[in-house]
Design a protein around this ligand. Structure first.
Ligand SMILES: [Fe+2]
Ligand SMILES: [Fe+2]
Length: 200
């Protein structure tokens, strides 16, 4: 390994109170390698949506691909397209708050406006169906003073609510993989950022 530690070497502490600089150099080196696989792990998790219809006309992976494809074909930049691709990745683990899961995964890598859009798309998407479930379709109005309101409303209108067409030909997941790799290779916000930079 780069700093002289053998592959498989482990820290020696039994509780962190005993930790040494060497222990943490070993752990930091492992996490540097582990972090490089993040995009792949995220994509693997997204694949769990394959075949998950939930009563919708198309499954959740196809919906994700269609949302991202529509955004891409409309000229959106790479970061936006990756947000579109991953906006519903939380459906498996966050069935009561799925936008929070996607936002947590994307938070270190995207702009504040894109993060806000992903984090709040649930309330904005509700404009198109909440009335049928006894909910307030105007729930999004609680955000009317946000500078990101229009961005989120546009995302849902143009791409998310529009992405349930079984006849639409989306790009395959492989098409988006290099984009996900690039976006996840450049963290912008993380409390670990300084340590990550010095380990490069
Ligand atoms: Fe969603
Ligand atoms: Fe969606």
């Amino acid at each position: 390994m780069a700093d002289g530690h053998a592959v498989g070497e482990r820290a020696k502490f039994r509780e962190m109170l005993e930790g040494t600089k060497e222990d943490w150099e070993i752990i930091a080196e492992h996490s540097r390698i582990f972090n490089k696989g993040l995009a792949k792990r995220v994509l693997d998790h997204l694949r769990l949506l394959d075949g998950d219809f939930g009563g919708f006309p198309i499954d959740r992976l196809e919906h994700s691909l269609q949302t991202a494809t529509r955004a891409h074909r409309d000229g959106r930049d790479e970061e936006y397209v990756v947000c579109a691709l991953l906006h519903d990745i939380g459906d498996t683990l966050g069935s009561m708050n799925h936008p929070d899961v996607a936002a947590a995964i994307l938070k270190p890598f995207v702009s504040e406006e894109n993060l806000w859009m992903v984090a709040n798309h649930g309330a904005f998407q509700g404009y198109y169906f909440f009335e049928y479930l006894g909910l307030d379709k105007n729930m999004r109005e609680q955000f009317k003073d946000s500078p990101h309101y229009q961005r989120c409303a546009e995302f849902c209108h143009k791409y998310d609510q529009a992405a349930f067409d079984p006849d639409y030909e989306s790009e395959p997941l492989e098409f988006f993989e290099p984009m996900v790799e690039r976006v996840f290779s450049k963290p912008k916000n993380s409390m670990y950022l300084k340590a990550m930079k010095s380990a490069e």
